[in-house]
Each structure stands twice: as C-alpha cells, then as structure tokens.
Write a protein that binds this ligand. Sequence first.
Ligand SMILES: [Zn+2]
Length: 452
Amino acid sequence: MPVLVMAQKPCATIMNREQMDKLHAFQQTLDKSPRLFLNKAIKYVPIKVHIVGNDKGNGFYKSDLLIASFCKINQDFSPIGVQFYIKGEIDYINNSKLYQTDDNTIYDLSIQYKDNDAVNIFFAGSSNTYCGVYFGGLDVVYIINSCQGINATTLTHELGHFFSLPHTFYGWENKTTPDVAYQEKVDGSNCRIAGDGFCDTRPDYISSRWDCSNPHFLKDPNGVIFRADSSMFMNYSLDVCHSRFSNEQFTAMSNNLDGRGIISQNMIVENPAMPSLAYPLNNDSNLNSASVRLSWNKSEGATMYQVQIARLKLWETAYLNVLVKDTFYDAKLFGNWQFDWRVKALSLTNMCGNYSESQSFFAKAFPAGTEEVLADKNNIRIFPNPSKNGQSIQIQSSTPSHLTVFDMSGREVFSTDILKGITNEFTPNNNGLYMLRFTYEGGEVMKNILVE
Ligand SMILES: [Zn+2]
C-alpha cells in the first residue's frame, strides 16, 4: 500500500474551541427536533477555484481531475441537495511558495485571492505534512494535487470541515488521549459531549491513516470492544473506505451553509449532450503538430468543454487537458505521432457528463516556424474576420497559391487558385468556423475565419 508509506497526514484540520462551542450549541437542538434533509430543493453553492502553480506556471492541478472532483462532491452532498459549481473563471496563481504550501505565504495571500461570496478551494502542489486542510481563521481550504485523484475523498472531507464538521475522532488528534469523560462510549451515553458530538456516528479513536480491510479493534471506557466506522468521510480510513456523512452531520452542514448567505438563486439547470467531434477528421494525417486546431459541434446547454489529447488512449496521462468555452482549441503538439482526442460537454449544473467517442489523427513536425515565415512572407490578408453570415470575405496573398476552404466538419466548401495581387471572394453560407488552407511551393499555411 504505497499510500501508507507517505509521512503525510490525510488532514491537518483541528476545529478550535470556538468552532466546537458553536457546533455543540447546534447539536443540543438536534435532540429536541431531529431533522432530515432528504428531498430538499437543490441549493447551488459557488466554489471559487484557485489553482496554484510554481513561479514558472508549472504543476497546475489538472482540469480533468477538477471536473471529476466536482462530479464526486456533488454526489457526496446530494442527500441535502447541495450542488457545487465553479464560480467565474478559474483563478490560476503562479507562486512557488504558495505551491509548496508555505504557511506564512498562505496567511499573507489567501485573503487577497479569496472571493467572500463563495467557498474558496486552493489546489496546491506539495506539503510535507498534509493532504488537505481547512484553515478556520481564513475560512479557506487547501488541497494537495496528488491527494485528489479520481474517486479521492480529500475534498469531500475538507468541505465537511468547511461546513463545521470535526473529525469523528475529535479529541484524539495527533495521537493524544482525551480525559475519560470525553472518550465516546459505544452505548451512546456521552455522545453529545465526547468525540464529534454527533450521536449517529460511532466512536472513533484513530488519528492516523488506517485501512478498513485490516480493521483496528478499540476498547471504550466501559471495556466494550468495537470497531470504528470506516465508511464516514470525516475519519482517517483510506479514501476507498469512505462513502457517507451521517444524517446529523448533514443537518449541521446544511445549517452552517444556510448561515453563510452564499447559495445562488435562479441557476438554470442544463444537462448538455455529449459533443460530436468535427475536425480533424478521424485518422486525418496531414497536420502540423506545432498547431492543430480541434473543433467539435456545439452541445446545447454546454458552458464549457473538457478537451483531452493523449497518446495510445492513455487518458490518465493525457498529453493535454484543457477546459475551454469555445467549440475549438488550438493544440500545440510536437514530433511525429498519432494522437487520440475526445471532448466532454459541461455545464455549471452538470459536471458528470461523458466523453465523446475518441478519434485519432497523425501530426508531424514541420520545420520550425515554416508556417509563420510563409504567412509573413506571402502577406496573407483576410477581411473582415470575424465576419457575418452572407457577407463576402476578401482574401489576398502577395504570391500565387492554392486556397482550399473547409467547414467545421472538415468538408471542403470552396477552392480556388489565388493569383498575386488579385482579391478573391468567398461567401460562407453558415455560421461557424472555417479553415483556409493556402498551399505554396514549399509549404502550407492554415488560417481560420469565424462567421457569426
Ligand atoms: Zn480532517
């Protein structure tokens, strides 16, 4: 189990006295009026996502994992109708000290980056001591990238802290042993004052990472032997063991959320269809790896798209992972390779879509800069760009070439020889993106025009 070798703790959060007093006061009310939050109206909760890289802008948390994480936390919080969404643009930060989770830098800079009307999550590169932490004073969460892979529960756990939950083993953190009165008993007699103060979470005394397939046996103050409940998100069992919050935990989180005033009203629910890929055509082989334009058809309701390019369909180690708002992306690749690519359509209210079927293309390295030099040398002019549907587009080149125009699906829609100094006209019939290929002696130049 490599995860056990890490010196890192899963979490460095310890709720302070004030936070616990507030929670205990709320927990007293649970005995008087137990509440269930099933089938409640959906609450849309904005998360401001801060992705920290080093000074050179390397090491950013990968966008496909970000999307998978949003899908996961929305499943984990669905029993109380909480649906998280990414608020505005992702905040990319280049700062090596923040990337290494230097405490002073976190305290100096987090407030500066923070959006006070959202949950603030910072994804950072490394920490010697933790996988995630909720800084109560700052009211922000930090997550270490390597601890939030597919199906990880670090983010869910830290959101639990954000919304007021302590660990199920509260009082035992860092291998301390609380006074016997605060050691939670199996019979439930002291469940409101001991441990996490919730009476529907079992006693738990384990403050180091543990594997639920190899359970610890614990003994309570009455001498009763028991096992901690590995399924709770707020314990330290391995991520794979985690599956749930308790009803009381959900109730406390819901109460905390309501008091924050950050729930969005009037979200429009969109479930975009899977996108269909347009260009390059499947198995296209005449592409310049320095710049490959990928395009796909718009999915109704999509507000952004996740684009992946991988070699040999090894998506986990994809060469490129980007989130884009347009229906195209200019990929800068390298070498002579076959690549595979696929696209997922996303909306703010649905991050759980599926990828399109993947397609392949072959790209080869043209001599460096050939395209730019050619474009420059031949003084290509396209006007107006972008243009309107039905409007003719004027195209010039200072040296003779052959022009071929393709639509987004890769279909040839126009072709002509361009003579020196002569203006050619092309009138597109549809909105969208057109690709213009100018063929010269010694190379090609690709240009795009957008028809709105
Ligand atoms: Zn924790």
